[in-house]
Design a protein around this ligand. Structure first.
Ligand code: CNA
Length: 319
């Protein structure tokens, strides 16, 4: 009910850039909800734009291109994800002007939290303090074995990802090799393994059903069918009533529950969208449409502030 009321009874009358600039100057607890659009100027494609990642993976012939991030499919056939994972592997040690804008708000003591849907972890290169960040969909910073939950730093599987190989857990690789010898599907789809004749218990059958992902390491990015990190819910509960300005940047707001944040913030709190394309299914007090790096630069200037970003001139893609 609160969600519905919050979305129906928006009570802010706030509709131009000057009001936004004033609010930004006064605000002390800003929530920034960011998405793939804050990294596109670095050449990292977003998902849903016409030149985005989903259009690049159509050749896989999946019913829905989002299925490359479907956890059930990953368990059955991890090689599908690993055949394209190199396309989304983030570059190292770069960040966009928009990341510098976030850092500036944090340095000014105005940032309550940056809820990022991004998995590229570029916020860390911009030195945005970890306590100010919520990686709503996890990130490539670490990886976990789907079988024994062995945890490794993400960079340990980057080489496998670049070589389009399955990264295998050091704890499980012997058992995996044994299972692979036992279960050896023939090209015509039949198998030399006969579960009935071997009288397996249900745990073993489950294990063998998921044999292709046995001992495979998966980056700790949240797939469809997996729960969001608990930190997302904990921080949101803490932040909802403290927030005095919500700014959504570079996101189509199509993925729940993150997209629900706009309905959970109290009605009196102004909400602003900074995005290349309009977001029609949400009700903003102000939508600034264009490239987020440029808009953030313009707004910062109008506030009488400055943020440093060394690579402004090198940026081309996404513009
Ligand atoms: P999306 O659905 O692809 O939407 C991106 C939005 O950004 C679109 O509405 C674009 O109009 C907008 N956009 C693109 N470039 C710019 C720009 N330069 N300035 C302003 N706006 C721009 O992606 P969402 O983030 O909404 O969807 C959530 C998914 C995307 C999350 O689960 C992420 O993990 C996932 N994702 C992350 C990355 C990354 O980490 N860099 C890249 C691609 C997808």
């Amino acid at each position: 009910i609160n969600k519905v009321l919050a979305s129906r009874l928006r009570i802010v009358s706030f509709c131009d850039v000057n009001h936004f600039v004033k609010k930004l100057q006064e605000a002390k607890n800003i929530i920034l909800l960011t998405g793939a659009g804050v990294s596109t100027s670095l050449g990292i494609p977003d998902f849903r734009s016409s030149e985005g990642f989903y259009s690049k993976v159509k050749y896989l012939g999946l019913n829905d291109p989002q299925d490359v991030f479907n956890f059930d499919l990953f368990k059955r056939e991890p090689s599908i994800f690993y055949s394209i994972a190199n396309m989304i592997l983030p570059p190292e040690d770069v960040y966009s002007p928009l990341h510098s804008f976030i850092k500036m708000l944090s340095d000014k003591g105005k940032l309550l939290r940056n809820y990022t849907q991004n998995i590229d972890n570029l916020e860390s290169y911009a030195h945005i303090p970890p306590e100010k960040l919520v990686h709503c969909h996890g990130s490539f910073a670490s990886a976990t074995c789907v079988t024994c939950k062995w945890h490794v730093p993400g960079y340990k599987i980057f080489k496998n990802i670049r070589n389009v190989e399955l990264p295998v857990c050091p704890n499980c690789f012997k058992e995996r090799a044994k299972l692979m010898r036992l279960y050896n599907p023939y090209v015509d789809g039949t198998s030399e393994f006969d579960a009935n004749s071997k009288q397996l218990n249900s745990n073993e059958i489950e294990r063998i059903a998921n044999i292709k992902s046995y001992g495979v390491l998966k980056p700790d990015i949240t797939f469809f069918g997996e729960p969001l990190p608990e930190r997302f819910f904990d921080c949101l509960t803490e932040d909802m009533n403290k927030c005095d300005l919500l700014i959504c940047i570079g996101t189509s707001l199509k993925v729940a529950p993150v997209s629900d944040i706009v309905n959970m913030i109290p009605a009196k709190v102004p909400q602003v969208l900074i995005n290349r394309d309009p977001v029609r299914h949400a009700d903003f007090d102000l939508s600034l449409l264009g490239f987020c790096d440029d808009i953030a630069g313009m707004v910062t200037k109008q506030c009488g502030w400055k943020f440093n970003h060394n690579d402004w001139n090198k940026l081309s893609s996404g513009k």
